[in-house]
Design a binder for this molecule. Structure first.
Ligand SMILES: [Fe+2]
Length: 205
């Protein structure tokens, strides 16, 4: 049985950057629904005992189109939001440190450059989707964006996501309305870089 990542903080903990109602709806309704749908669809596909990473990688092989699409969307929704809610844990470092900081500087020149690049990808995503900071197999960093609930695992990039920006309107519309850029600007204030650094160094979600 797949379970949503547990939040060890209240829905109001990220105010004023992410408002209480958005957190409550996003976690309690959207993420909860992806999780519940994933559990029923994984069982239907006989994949209930597989890891979420294996399901995401292998879902493309399912012959039943409806099941394939449903599982792809809901497995992605489950995984993506587990990462999303884990990385915005209150507290922790507000900037990268250690190995991750070095890698960011090596890859993008500076932390600010990385933020600009990821912000541009998130802003440039047409419609619903995500922007990603991922670790490649050789340890370098890679930025990308995906449609809907796809992610670097379901797209077989070989990369491991370590940070993400949700640009579905449900992530920001209650507070920011159509102003996606304002939401992204605010989100940078609540990323816990200790969590992202630990994911870079191999800790699991
Ligand atoms: Fe979302």
């Amino acid at each position: 049985m797949f379970e949503q990542i547990k939040l060890d903080y209240g829905f109001d903990a990220l105010e004023p950057y992410i408002d209480t109602e958005t957190m409550s709806t996003h976690y309690g309704k959207h993420h909860a629904t992806y999780t519940s749908n994933l559990n029923s669809l994984a069982e239907k596909a006989g994949k209930q005992d597989e890891s979420i990473e294996d399901i995401l990688s292998e879902v493309v092989e399912l012959k039943d189109i409806e099941l394939r699409t449903g599982l792809r969307n809901n497995a992605g929704g489950f995984y993506n939001h587990n990462l999303y809610f884990k990385q915005i844990t209150p507290g922790g470092s507000k900037t990268p440190s250690g190995v991750l900081q070095t890698r960011i500087n090596d890859t993008f020149g500076s932390f600010d450059n990385m933020k600009e690049k990821l912000t541009a990808l998130a802003l440039g995503q047409f419609g619903s989707g995500w922007a990603w900071l991922s670790k490649t197999p050789d340890g370098t960093l890679f930025t990308s964006k995906t449609d809907n609930q796809d992610n670097p695992i379901s797209l077989h990039t070989g990369h491991t996501p370590i940070m993400c920006i949700d640009v579905w309107e449900h992530a920001y519309y209650l507070k920011y309305k159509n102003l996606r850029a304002e939401h992204i600007k605010a989100l940078w204030n609540v990323i816990n870089w200790d969590v992202v650094g630990a994911l870079y160094e191999g800790s699991s979600l």
